[in-house]
Ligand binder design. Structure first.
Ligand SMILES: [Zn+2]
Length: 497
C-alpha cells in the first residue's frame, strides 16, 4: 500500500513538467527609455523635462467611465499626477487639450511585423504558389506607434532574428516603434501553407526549438495550425519550465485539447476551434479551419457554455482578432483613407481584389459568413462576461484588409459593436494585454506612478467610438510622437517593406 502510493507519487512527479515562476518581463519589454536618436528625432513632437496635458477627457483603461477636464503631469517618462484639481508645476510645458481625449497606449496582442503577399493574385483569388511573407521591419513599427500601440506581442514570427534586432534598435532609440514582446518562430507542424516556417519533426524538435529561441531572447511562443498534441505538449512544457507563455492559432488541436495540455492563450476568438468540424480526426487540421464549428454553435447553448467554462477553469485567455474576420463578411467597412494611403500600390490592388471577391458571395455564402461572425462576437462577449480574460489584436494579415496599427483601433470599434462600452473595449485592448504579460503595474491604464504611455485623440470616443481613429499624438515613456509625420514616412510602403 505504502509502496503503491510512493510509486504513484513518483510517476505523477515524472508526468508533471517543471513549472517555473512566470518570468518578469518588465525589464525586457519595458527597459529604461533611451534618448531618441537621429532616426527617431524627426517624429518627436513633445519632449520636455515636465509636460502637463490640461483640460483633457481621460479614459483611464480600468473600464471606469470617462472623466472630463483632467490634468496629467508627465515627468521623466512617468505619469506623476492625474486628476481634476492638479496644480501644473512651474516651468512645465503645458498643452491645452480641450476637445481631446487621452487613453492608455494600446497593448496589441496579435500584432505581426509582416505582410502576406500572394504572387500574381487574380480576381478569382487564385495566384501562384508559394505564399510569401515579407517582413515589414520598416513600416509596421511606425504604423503601430502612430496609431497608439505602445506595447505589442508579435504573436508569431517569420524572421525572429529581424524582430529581435528591431526590438533592440527601438529600445536603444535607433528606430521609432513600440515596446515589444517578441514571439519566437511559428511552432508549426508538417504540411504548412507557409514556405518560410520550419515544420517541426517531433516533440523533441518542438522542445529544442523553444529552448533555442528563448536563449536568443524571445519572450513568448506561438503554436500554429498543424502542430500535433504531442508537439504542443512538449512546447508548452518547455516554455513553462522557462517561465514563458505560449499561445496558439490552432487547427489540428482543438481548443479543449490545448487547454488540457496547458496552453496560456488561444488566438482568433472562437473562430478557429475545430472540434465539431466535418471530417475532424485527431492531430489533423480541417478544411473549414473551425468556421463550421462556430457557425453551428449556439452561443447561448450548453456546448458553448461548457467550452467557455472549461477555458476559464484552466486560466486560458482568448485573443479577439475581429478585424481579420470582418474581411470575410460582405459589405464590411472599407479601409479608412489614412490606412489605404499606407499601402503599396501592389498591396492596395490585392486588397481591392479581395474585397470585390467577398462582395460577390452568393446570398447563402454571405448569410453564413454574417452568422458565423455574429456567433464569434457573441462567444467572445459570453467568455468575458463569465470572467474570461479577453485580449485584443488585429492580425494584420488575412486577405490584406487589416493594416498594422489601424487594425488595433478597428478592433476597439468592433469590440464596441460586439456589445462592450467604449471604456470596456479600451480596457480590453490596453489593460488586459498588460495583465496577461504581467506588466499591469507599468502600462495598460493611466494612474499616478505608471509609465507615461498614452494616446491623444481629437473628439470623444466614449460617445462616438469612431473618434478613436483621430489619433494626433502618441506618448511613449513620456515622449510625444507626431502621428501624421510617422504615417507620412511610410506612405505607399506597407506591403513593400
Ligand atoms: Zn496571426
Amino acid at each position: 500500500m505504502r509502496l503503491a502510493a510512493a510509486v504513484a507519487i513518483v510517476s505523477l512527479g515524472a508526468m508533471m513538467a517543471a513549472q517555473a515562476a512566470p518570468r518578469d518581463l518588465a525589464p525586457i519589454v519595458l527597459p529604461s527609455p533611451a534618448v531618441p536618436g537621429p532616426a527617431v528625432q524627426p517624429y518627436v513632437s513633445v519632449s520636455a523635462p515636465v509636460v502637463a496635458l490640461t483640460h483633457v477627457r481621460v479614459i483611464d483603461g480600468t473600464g471606469a467611465a470617462a472623466r472630463d477636464d483632467q490634468t496629467l503631469v508627465i515627468e521623466a517618462g512617468k505619469l506623476t499626477a492625474i486628476g481634476h484639481d492638479i496644480e501644473v508645476p512651474a516651468g512645465a510645458k503645458t498643452i491645452d487639450l480641450s476637445g481631446h481625449t487621452v487613453f492608455p497606449g494600446l497593448v496589441g496582442m496579435h500584432d505581426h511585423l509582416f505582410y502576406i503577399a500572394r504572387p500574381n493574385l487574380t480576381a478569382d483569388m487564385k495566384g501562384d504558389p508559394p505564399l510569401i511573407v515579407p517582413e515589414m521591419a520598416f513600416s509596421a513599427p511606425r504604423l503601430y506607434l502612430a496609431n497608439g500601440v505602445t506595447t505589442l506581442r508579435t504573436t508569431g514570427s517569420v524572421e525572429p532574428y529581424t524582430d529581435l534586432n528591431l526590438k533592440h534598435a527601438i529600445d536603444e532609440g535607433r528606430l521609432p516603434g513600440p515596446h515589444m514582446d517578441v514571439t519566437g518562430p511559428y511552432l508549426e507542424g508538417a504540411d504548412s501553407r507557409f514556405i518560410q516556417m520550419h515544420p517541426l519533426r517531433d516533440p523533441e524538435d518542438a522542445k529544442e526549438t523553444v529552448a533555442f529561441w528563448a536563449k536568443q531572447g524571445v519572450t513568448s511562443f506561438k503554436a500554429y495550425m498543424n502542430i500535433t498534441r504531442a508537439e504542443l505538449k512538449a512546447a508548452v512544457d518547455e516554455a513553462h519550465s522557462l517561465g514563458l507563455k505560449i499561445t496558439g492559432h490552432l487547427c489540428a488541436v482543438t481548443y479543449r485539447e490545448a487547454a488540457a495540455i496547458g496552453i496560456d492563450d488561444l488566438e482568433h476568438g472562437f473562430f478557429v476551434n475545430t472540434e465539431d468540424d466535418p471530417g475532424k480526426t485527431e492531430d489533423s487540421c480541417t478544411r473549414s479551419d473551425g468556421r463550421d464549428t462556430l457557425y453551428a454553435m449556439d452561443p447561448n447553448g450548453a456546448a458553448a457554455k461548457a467550452l467557455i467554462a472549461d477555458l476559464i477553469a484552466r486560466h486560458v485567455a482568448v485573443t479577439s482578432t475581429l478585424p481579420v474576420f470582418e474581411q470575410s463578411v460582405p459589405d464590411h467597412a472599407p479601409l479608412w483613407p489614412r490606412a489605404m494611403a499606407s499601402y503599396s500600390p501592389q498591396a492596395s490592388r490585392d486588397y481591392l481584389l479581395a474585397r470585390a471577391h467577398t462582395e460577390a458571395d452568393t446570398p447563402a455564402e454571405a448569410e453564413k459568413a454574417r452568422l458565423t461572425f455574429q456567433h464569434g462576437m457573441a462567444m467572445e462577449r459570453a467568455f468575458a462576461a463569465a470572467g474570461g480574460l479577453l485580449l485584443a489584436g488585429p492580425d494584420p494579415t488575412g486577405n490584406g484588409g487589416v493594416v498594422a496599427g489601424f487594425g488595433d483601433l478597428r478592433e476597439v470599434e468592433l469590440l464596441v459593436e460586439e456589445g462592450f462600452t467604449p471604456e470596456q473595449a479600451i480596457h480590453i485592448a490596453s489593460y488586459n494585454g498588460a495583465l496577461f504579460l504581467g506588466l499591469e503595474n507599468r502600462v495598460g491604464s493611466l494612474a499616478q506612478g505608471k509609465d507615461a504611455d498614452l494616446v491623444v485623440v481629437k473628439g470623444d470616443p466614449s460617445r462616438h467610438i469612431d473618434d478613436i481613429e483621430n489619433v494626433e499624438t502618441v506618448f511613449k515613456d513620456g515622449i510625444g510622437y507626431d502621428t501624421q509625420k510617422l504615417l507620412d514616412s511610410v506612405k505607399g510602403h506597407y506591403g513593400q517593406y
